[in-house]
Design a protein around this ligand. Structure first.
Ligand code: KIV
Ligand code: NA
Length: 265
C-alpha cells in the first residue's frame, strides 16, 4: 500500500520491463488512472494548453502547478506523482530550482519533479538531487523553449544526434532518475536508451524507450482538433461528453428531466 518509488522504476529497467506514464491535472482523473494501475503520473505543464487554456506551456506559474499537483496527489494512492517545474522557475540557477522544487514536494506532495534541458540544466539537477528530491529530466523537443526552437523533431543529423546523446548522459550523471525523450527519431532514442542505465520515457520517440508517456487528453480523445501523429487515441471522450451534454440539454428543454424518481416527494 505504498506509492511507486523512483527505485522501483530503476529496477524495472534492470528487469527489462516497460511501463506507462500519463499526465493528470486534477484529482478525479488521477483517481481513474490510479485505479487503472498507471504507476507514474506527470502533472505536466501541458496543463497550460489542456487545462488552463493558454496557447503554450510558457505562462504556467508555480502557484498553478502547486495547486494542481496537490489535487493529483489527493486523488491518487499508489502512483508516483511527478510535477513539472514551470518555465521561469529554475532557469536562473540551482538555488531557484531547489526553492521551486521544494514547494512542489513539501506543499503539494509531489514525489519527484521534472525540468527541461540537458547539459544546460545539470547544476540544477545536481543540487535538487543532493537535497533529496528525485529529478526527471526532459530532452529533445522542450516545449518551454518554443519561441527559440518551435515544435519540431530534434536530434536529426549527426551533430544534433551527438548533442542529444551528450545531453542525456549529462542529466544521468547529474543524478536524474529518468529522462523524457520528446520528438526524437526512433533509432536515436533506442541508442540513448541502450547507453543509459536510468530509464528513458518516450513521447514521439519510437518503441524502444523503457517507458512511454502521453498527454491524457490526447490519449483519451478529449483534445479539440488534431493531435500529433505520434499519439494513439484509446477513446473518444470529447464526443462522449459532448453527447451527454446535448442529451441533458434536450431533456431539460423538453421537460423530460427530472422524472419522478429524481424528485423529492
Ligand atoms: O507537460 C507534459 O505533458 C510533458 C510530457 C509531454 C512529457 O512534459
Ligand atoms: Na512538460
Amino acid at each position: 500500500n505504498r506509492r511507486v518509488t523512483v527505485r522501483d522504476l530503476g529496477a524495472a529497467k534492470e528487469r527489462g520491463e516497460r511501463w506507462p506514464m500519463l499526465t493528470a491535472y486534477d484529482a478525479m482523473t488521477a483517481s481513474v488512472f490510479d485505479e487503472a494501475g498507471i504507476p507514474v503520473m506527470l502533472v505536466g505543464d501541458s496543463m497550460g494548453n489542456c487545462h488552463l487554456g493558454y496557447e503554450t506551456t510558457v505562462p504556467v506559474t508555480l502557484d498553478e502547478m502547486t495547486m494542481l499537483t496537490a489535487a493529483v496527489v489527493r486523488g491518487s494512492k499508489r502512483a508516483l506523482i511527478v510535477a513539472d517545474l514551470p518555465f521561469g522557475t529554475y532557469q536562473e540557477g540551482p538555488v531557484q530550482a531547489l526553492r521551486s522544487a521544494t514547494r512542489l514536494v513539501k506543499e503539494a506532495g509531489a514525489g519527484a519533479v521534472k525540468l527541461e534541458g540537458g547539459e544546460r540544466s545539470g547544476h540544477q539537477i545536481e543540487l535538487m538531487v543532493q537535497s533529496g528530491i528525485p529529478v526527471m529530466a526532459h530532452v529533445g523537443l522542450t516545449p518551454q523553449s518554443v519561441h527559440a526552437m518551435g515544435y519540431r523533431v530534434q536530434g536529426r543529423g549527426e551533430e544534433a544526434a551527438q548533442q542529444l546523446l551528450r545531453d542525456a548522459k549529462s542529466v544521468q550523471d547529474a543524478g536524474a532518475f529518468a529522462v523524457v525523450l520528446e520528438a526524437v527519431p526512433a533509432e536515436l532514442a533506442a541508442e540513448v536508451t541502450r547507453s543509459l542505465h536510468v530509464p528513458t520515457i518516450g513521447i514521439g520517440a519510437g518503441a524502444q524507450t523503457d517507458a512511454q508517456v502521453l498527454v491524457w487528453t490526447d490519449m483519451a480523445g478529449m483534445t479539440a482538433g488534431r493531435v500529433p501523429s505520434f499519439v494513439k487515441q484509446y477513446a473518444q471522450l470529447r464526443e462522449t461528453l459532448g453527447d451527454a451534454a446535448k442529451a441533458f440539454a434536450q431533456d431539460v428543454v423538453a421537460g423530460a428531466f427530472p422524472e419522478e424518481h429524481h424528485s423529492f416527494a
